[in-house]
Design a protein around this ligand. Structure first.
Ligand code: ZN
Ligand code: FE
Length: 254
């Protein structure tokens, strides 16, 4: 049975650690220290390192971990990933035999130019693309690219568990409630997320069903979201990419 454990790093990153038997893999190890401590404490051997994109809080620990363990490094072909041994892009499969799991790779540009996501065993590791009740900022991509990437991820089965790389949920929900104050699922989600955080527990993983019901960046055709985007812009918009761009900009300024 594959187990997925969050290792907190920095202020609000999670380094997702997959384990089965004595084998482990990590996704986006921005810092080597928490990973090394965990592997030593649990007597695990590192069999793979997966990176979603090149930002330092996701790749900062890779060189050290790869150097220490010789673990192969998977990451987007078109981004500068340290110690990259297995460049990947959409259509590739990352098979991790020791963990009994294989991941399909998706290109999800927007946050960065060649960001990838890994999908397997009902789990989606999507880095800084889709967050619980939010999405990543557009540092290198366009609104149209991000809308395409989010739609691609949202098309996966509703029970898919979402393992994003940051604990941003409460702040995201707070913003989402400005966009959709009447959304009852959102109010209910806020109560659940607050209770988890009050106990110091992660709000992740969420599910795609939950995101479709509450994440404004996946609800671009929802009348309330269209209405809110139009109000923000002071002009009538309905085209999904423009609705997205409006609420993304609003969130940046909130
Ligand atoms: Zn990032
Ligand atoms: Fe990040």
């Amino acid at each position: 049975m594959l187990e997925i454990v969050p290792l907190p790093a920095f202020r609000d990153n999670y380094i997702w650690t997959l384990r089965h038997g004595d084998a482990a893999a990590v996704v986006d190890p921005g810092d080597a220290r928490p990973v090394k401590d965990y592997l030593a404490r649990e007597r695990l051997r590192l069999v793979a390192i997966l990176a979603t994109h090149h930002h330092p809080d996701h790749v900062g620990g890779i060189a050290e971990l790869a150097g220490d363990t010789g673990a192969p490094v998977y990451g987007p072909r078109a981004e500068p990933i340290p110690a990259l041994t297995h460049p990947v892009a959409e259509g590739d499969t990352v098979a991790l035999a020791a963990l009994g799991v294989a991941f399909a790779v998706f290109d999800v540009p927007g946050h960065t130019r060649a960001h990838v996501a890994y999908y397997g065993a009902g789990a989606l590791f999507c880095g800084d693309t889709l967050f619980a009740c939010g999405c990543g900022r557009l540092f290198e991509g366009t609104p149209a690219q991000m809308v395409g990437s989010l739609a691609k991820l949202a098309a996966l089965p509703g029970a898919t568990r979402l393992y994003c790389a940051h604990e941003y949920t409460l702040a995201n929900i707070e913003f989402a409630r400005k966009v959709e104050p009447e959304n009852a699922a959102l109010a209910e989600r806020e109560a659940r997320a607050r209770a988890l955080r009050a106990q110091g527990r992660p709000t992740l993983p969420s599910t795609l069903d939950e995101e479709r019901a509450t994440n404004p960046f996946l609800r671009l055709a929802e009348p309330a979201v269209v209405e809110a985007a139009s109000r923000y812009l002071g002009e009538r918009v309905c085209e999904p990419v423009r609705v997205f761009a409006a609420i993304r900009e609003w969130k940046n300024r909130a």
